[in-house]
Design a protein around this ligand. Sequence first.
Ligand code: GDP
Length: 474
Amino acid sequence: NDLSPSTTTIANEKLLDGLIVSTFEEASCLSRYQSYLYRKASPHKPSKYLISKLRNYERLHRSCGPHTKSYNKIMSKGANFSKINAGTKCKYLVWTASNGLGNRMLTLAAAFLYAILTDRVLVVRFGADMFGLFCEPFPDSSWLLPRDFPYWKDQTQIETHENMLMNNKANGSQELLPPFLILNLVHSHDGHNNFFHCDRSQDLLQKIPVLILRSDQYFVPSLFMIHSFGKDLSKMFPEKDTVFHHLGRYLFHPSNEAWELIRKFYEAHLAKANERIGLQIRVFNTHRAPHQTISNEIVACTLKHKLLPELGMQKSVDSPLKKQTSKAVLVASLYSEYGEKLRTMFQENTTVTGEIIRVYQPSHEERQKSNNDKHNIKAWTEIYLLSLCDALITSPKSTFGYVAQSLGGLTPWILQRAKGQTVPNPPCQRAKSMEPCFHYPPKFDCWANSTVDFTSRFHHMKYCEDTTRGLRLV
Ligand code: GDP
């Protein structure tokens, strides 16, 4: 029973320093207890308080989750929108999907944090396009929203938060409050959600048993603006820039199918390299700059920051005898041109340092198909593989890149948005933190009817490098 230090270290690493528990059946989700073999131990340790909050949450989820007595009472009986006994202990947050996988993972993590802060149980409405991606994150329970939930069938009858605010129903007595409420925080929806960050919104929302969240945003910075969450948040996250890093590694374990793809690719191409460089190339508007400009920009960025060596001579047939170090370059992009150009470049030329550079691109889907399960599993595989790299170059404003950087604990170099033939100078800049950027944060002060600069109010929030209005925790 005397555990040697190395055994304890391994046990710690395997459970991500206490972030996850050891009670899951291993075979049902191999990645959960194998990820530590592929990803370096994180220098960021979860706080004891965060760990205790997670264990409390797991207990709550077990007693209120799908198919429990409380769940059936509220979620199924609530279907006829009759009043729900206010005395119930269980409250719910229903997550629904909008936008691509990166956006979805960011909102899932934000929703989970909101659920923890408000003692709600998080249930997720996954369609066929998401079922195969992740393992169940909570022990002895499920996070999947059962099919008999009314929202699957009819959403039109459900009251919205916005409507309540507009019609001044927010101050009504508990009896008049609806049991279900839609909370719309989608970026294109600019009405009431500007006030989600206000305590008075939270006072109302906390009285509603079932909130249905629509969002494609990483709204975590909003949670940091809410006074009543402040104390809890700073105890949970003494390092503010680790929110997604911890919650993401807690929640997102690749399913066995995804893990097989990740593991095989990693072992075949990335494992043996001395260093792994991830390039995430997301081009939102293909007419803005030709592929060649973006390729040149990437090369300029890798050279400037010494991520890849300069090219030497054209290769001769003689191979050098000295032992060579190698770098693997992982290219994630919808377009095959990027991997091909780089591969040719390093195949036809030597490098001045003598390093061998090998370039791999797992897929090139050509366009986004976010409602397709096979497409999403490729996206998830690539996000995960990027997160296993030692350094990352990412594309501006891409949530796909944010998830990879944060899971991997990496502060990336973000490319500048190129236009036409000109390679931007500088080609890329280092992100201020590994946290995702909240692209559309609130504008308004909660009390004064005026816009406010939240970075002057909260010193751990900065404007993002890749979008002017966005906020990032640092
Ligand atoms: P964002 O649009 O860059 O913020 O990222 P999202 O993940 O929300 O949406 C983009 C979607 O397009 C992804 O989820 C994928 O479905 C697809 N996609 C974009 N870039 C890549 C890529 O490099 N590899 C793969 N496999 N899919 C990608």
